[in-house]
Structure formats: C-alpha cells, structure tokens
Ligand binder design. Sequence first.
Ligand code: VGL
Ligand code: ZN
Length: 208
Amino acid sequence: MAEKALLCVDLQYDFYEDGALAVPGASKINPRINELMDSDGYRTIAASQDWHPPEHMSFAKNHDKEPLAEYEGDNEGIGPVLWPEHCQQGTRGAAFHEDINTRRFDMIMRKGQKKMIDSYSAFQDNNGRDLGLADYFRGLDIEVIDIAGLALDVCVYYTVCDALKYGFDVNLIRPAARGVNARPGDVEEALKDMKDRGAEIIEDMENV
Ligand code: VGL
Ligand code: ZN
C-alpha cells in the first residue's frame, strides 16, 4: 500500500468566520478535519501555519492601500492582491482554532515570515523557493497526500498545485475545505483547475 499523508492548510482563527480574512462557513470543516485525523490511514499529519511579521508586504496597510486592492509593484513574491492584516506572529489570529485537535499534528510548516515574500503554498514560497515539506514527505516514503483546510481558492489551491508538481498523488477533501470567494466563482475555478492538473476531488467523506 502506498504511504499516505494528511496536510491541513492554515486552520487559524483569522481565516474563520470572525477573523481578519474570514472564510464563510469555515468552522463547519472542523469536525471533518478531526474525523480525518482520527482515521489511522495516515503515516504523518502535517499542518501549515500562515505566520507573518507586522511589516509583511502582503498587507494592504503597508502600501497605504485597502484590502483586496491589486498589488502594483514588480516584486513577484507579493500579490496579485493585497490582504488585510492577518496571521501576525504570536497573535490569536495566527493561532490554530481551538476545536482542531492539534495534538495530532506531527509537523507544522510556518510560512510567509519574510517581509518581502508571501507563501501561499506550503511547499514553496511565491518566488518558487522550496520550503522543505516535499523532502519531509519523501523521507517518509509518502506517495499520496490528502489536502484540506483554508482557503480553498488561495493557500489550499497553491498547495495542491505544488504537491502535484512535486509528483505526489493528491486528493482534495472537499467537505474539509472552504474558500474565500473574494470574486464570485473563485472556488469553482480553483476546483476545476486542480482537477485539470490531476488532483482528485473527493466530494464525500466516505470515499476518503
Ligand atoms: C491565505 C491569503 C493570504 C490562505 C493566506 O491561507 O488562504 N490567503 N494569506
Ligand atoms: Zn497570509
């Protein structure tokens, strides 16, 4: 049997309903995430954690702009849009949601710490620099990665695309993921693109 991993993306307060970058219906995924973690099908469970310094250049405020404004500079590591201040290191907004059974996390990948470079994917920063997660999985002979979390049309999407690029088989666990949908249709577009790239979209928890 191929070794399997679970990767939980950015289950942090700022992405939940009352957070700075709220994802509608986010808390509905918590029981699904815990259910996945309670299964004994995973060799390892990894989690990513968005972890920005206050001066991070993904924040609209640091450009004197409004959240969701387009980034107009030429730094490939930032954009295409600017975000509200979120997931600042050590704040409650950056903490994992208390309903998530974080005791099951074997490893936590913190990302987005460098002021000038954002990191939507848990595998690479937005300049394409490897963060070490693929080698972590390879070291454990992982071939299949189940991916879930927030936000489906941002960090989950980029994480799925990179997992495929690194050669893993990828299942996106749809009932355990939610999107921002900043522009209507973003979630549908992300799902279609992940599927076109070769990810399997698992619609039903019974088929995980
Ligand atoms: C995310 C926008 C900015 C995410 C992180 O976790 O989806 N989105 N930083
Ligand atoms: Zn962020």
